[in-house]
Design a protein around this ligand. Structure first.
Ligand code: ADQ
Length: 456
């Protein structure tokens, strides 16, 4: 079996003491690397002011070599905060209004990809299989090819791929499309993203889809496919079962005694639809006054990307909105919304999912959304909760037992909350059983195996 080389913007080092890292993606990639032996390369998260970056920092753990590179402050500002997070992220989430194009940032993005290629290439062996992850590194294969690298190179996009009219609003869309043609396999989360990608190629007259998953563009032939990412379903379910005895989970249970719990868990990001969700919760209480003092909505939202102005502004908006709704609806003995602005350990998170009657997952646009899958996996089979899921999350194409909502439709989402809270046990079990069966079959190892098999 050939050696696997994974490249991503950030690298997840194994936790100290051999404890498994948080998150299914890290677990799956580490398992695949461990089995074949391999390298995981990425940014160390450190930046310096110097023009000459430090040498690669190499760390061996078991079968895996972690190769970490520092970047300069300018690199981080232009490549990561600038082009990746202020152009590609909003464009791929259909937010043309939030994209800020700057020639300097675009140039920085391509420059850092070239830099990654120059650092990676000397480590490669002839039959290594290279797997590149996510929107930060789209031009990496083109840079490697230019250096004469002939290895199999696959790319997986964790976020959505937009339709042509949205993508073409980005000045360098053609370079991005050309960049993808240098991979042997380009993987998306859903059939919908793959169709959008094919539409972009054809609309611009730069490529053709031959129908069997093969594309031809810029004189290259490559395969495109969709590989919905999963979680470690069985392990997460076990985790949630055990979490009932966790002290924090016990305290949470006591604190909502006599009330139904609704849970939302998201990074603080405009794509996650948090403000629309709070509006929907407010609407639900107003339309169903019988639920006053009978329900608690817990929103757990760690800060993210605070260096990007839109994210910083959102921190204030959401906090003010939650405060306003609590002020308007709360009573001396009831706080309708509990808003927590930090990360929660995975055992506690799993236990909270299991306590909640409703998992409210309503992104405006999301590649997949693992929270939806974790919520389902964490449920008690005897008394499962209901997943209220945005139709614009990739997960909606798989989790057919969820109550699907349009997150822009505030009343519709409010009605779905009411429907979920009053759903019969029989219906909840039937819906949950269907989703759980699917999640057990298509877990994160299956995602990894399917992608690598097609790349091979
Ligand atoms: P994200 O946008 O980060 O991922 P998501 O898929 O929901 O979104 O994953 C978030 C992860 O962080 C989950 O595992 C969740 O448990 C964890 N998390 C969130 N809030 C937390 C908190 N307060 N405390 C602890 N953990 C928390 C991107 C794409 C998604 C795609 C994934 C994987 O945007 O669409 O599903 O990559 O491909």
């Amino acid at each position: 079996m050939s050696r696997l080389v994974v490249v991503s913007n950030r690298v997840t080092l194994p936790a100290k003491g051999g404890v498994a890292p948080a998150g299914g993606l890290a677990v799956a990639l580490q398992a695949a690397l461990e089995e074949r032996g391999g390298i995981w390369m990425g940014w160390s998260g450190k930046s310096s002011g110097s023009r000459e970056p430090e040498p690669l920092s190499m760390q061996e753990h078991g079968n895996i070599t972690y190769a970490l590179t520092d970047l300069t402050k300018t690199d981080v500002e232009e490549y990561y905060e600038g082009f990746a997070n202020r152009v590609l992220w909003p464009i791929c989430h259909y937010r043309l209004d939030l994209a800020e194009y700057g020639r300097k940032e675009m140039a920085g993005y391509f420059r850092v990809n070239r830099f990654f290629a120059h650092r990676l290439a000397p480590m490669l062996k002839e039959d290594d299989v290279i797997w590149v992850h996510d929107y930060h590194l789209i031009p990496l294969a083109a840079e490697l090819r230019q250096m004469g690298v002939k290895n199999k190179i696959g790319f997986f996009l964790h976020i959505p791929w937009p339709p042509a009219d949205v993508l073409f609003a980005m000045p360098v869309h053609e370079e991005i499309m050309r960049g993808l043609s240098h991979y042997d396999l380009v993987g998306f989360q859903t059939d919908h993203d793959l169709t959008n990608f094919a539409g972009c190629l054809v609309r611009e007259g730069i490529g053709e889809a031959s129908g069997d998953g093969k594309f031809t563009s810029y004189d290259r032939t490559f395969k495109g496919g969709y590989y919905p990412i999963g979680i470690e379903t069985a392990a997460f379910a076990e985790f949630a079962k055990k979490a009932a005895s966790n002290i924090m989970v016990r305290k949470a249970r006591q604190s909502v005694e006599g009330r139904d719990l609704i849970i939302g868990v998201d990074r603080l990001d405009y794509s996650k639809g948090i403000t629309q969700r709070i509006d929907a919760f407010e609407q639900f209480i107003k339309s169903n006054p019988g639920y006053q003092n009978k329900v608690t909505y817990l929103q757990i939202t760690p800060k993210s990307r605070s260096e990007v102005p839109e994210y910083e502004a959102m921190q204030r908006t959401v906090a003010e909105q939650a405060g306003r709704v609590n002020g308007a609806l709360g009573t001396v003995d009831w706080v309708p919304i509990r808003y927590i602005n930090r990360s929660i350990g995975r055992p506690v998170l799993a236990g909270l999912y299991r306590l909640a009657k409703i998992g409210l997952v309503t992104p405006l646009r999301d590649g997949m959304n693992l929270v939806a899958k974790e919520y389902v996996a964490a449920q008690d089979p005897q008394d499962p909760g209901v997943l209220v899921l945005s139709r614009f999350a990739g997960a909606a194409r798989e989790l057919r037992g969820a109550l699907l909502v349009n997150p822009y439709d505030i009343e519709g989402t409010a009605n779905a909350i009411a429907r979920g809270l009053s759903m019969s046990l029989e219906e909840r079990q039937e819906r949950w059983g269907r989703m759980m069966e699917h999640l057990l079959e298509r877990d994160v190892m299956r995602w990894c195996d399917d992608f690598l098999a097609d790349l091979a």
